[in-house]
Write a protein that binds this ligand. Structure first.
Ligand code: GDP
Length: 178
């Protein structure tokens, strides 16, 4: 007994994006509804389970947290091969992480076609918008998502905004492709 209904459909979702954009925090918020300001850098790859009801049907998501550090990219790469969907995060206060989205998309598409594997582009840390910090404009994210034909939203793992919505939206798309 694995503790969940065997009739649930199961999908593999991989989190991608530079180090410190908030991948671990995103998962912590989604799965435990918690936030820790000083979460440590991810080492290697780990996964969490989240069950959702998508269009009236229970769906089990296995969410894989990859590390963004350069030295782990080869590890991350092998996870895209078997992904059903990708959450590709950048930090809206870190232009570099936004510019690196292209590299991540290229890497994902080396292994899978984005037509087969839906991608949700996520601008995280949107709670910092009020802080006066430099901010990647929402319209830039929208434009990039259009270029790559991906979904798009802005989230905050800190205050929880849009986290569940982002995952639901991606899960719906993943389910349609499966
Ligand atoms: P990862 O390396 O991509 O897994 O990033 P982490 O989850 O470790 O987050 C890096 C840092 O950013 C940590 O200090 C987090 O507390 C912080 N952080 C993550 N998400 C948010 C967010 O939505 N808002 C704010 N203000 N900080 C965040």
């Amino acid at each position: 007994n694995l503790g969940y209904m065997t009739s649930e459909r199961a999908f593999r979702i991989v989190l991608a994006g530079d180090a410190a954009v908030g991948k671990s925090s995103f998962l912590l918020r989604l799965c435990k509804n918690e936030f820790t300001p000083s979460s440590s850098a991810t080492l290697g790859v780990d996964f969490q389970i989240k069950t959702l009801v998508v269009d009236g049907e229970p769906v089990l998501l296995q969410l894989w947290d990859t590390a963004g550090q350069e030295r782990f990219r080869s590890i991350a790469k092998s996870y895209f091969r078997r992904a059903d969907g990708v959450l590709l995060l950048y930090d809206v206060t870190c232009e570099r992480s936004f510019l690196n989205v292209r590299e991540w998309v290229d890497m994902i598409e080396q292994d899978v076609s984005s037509e087969d594997v839906p991608i949700m582009l996520v601008g995280n840390k949107c709670d910092l918008r009020q802080s006066g910090a430099n901010f990647v404009p929402t319209s830039y994210g929208e434009k990039l998502a259009m270029t790559y034909n991906t979904l798009f939203c802005e989230t905050s793992a800190k205050d929880g905004s849009n986290i569940l919505e982002a995952v639901l939206h991606l899960a719906r798309q993943v389910k349609q492709y499966a």
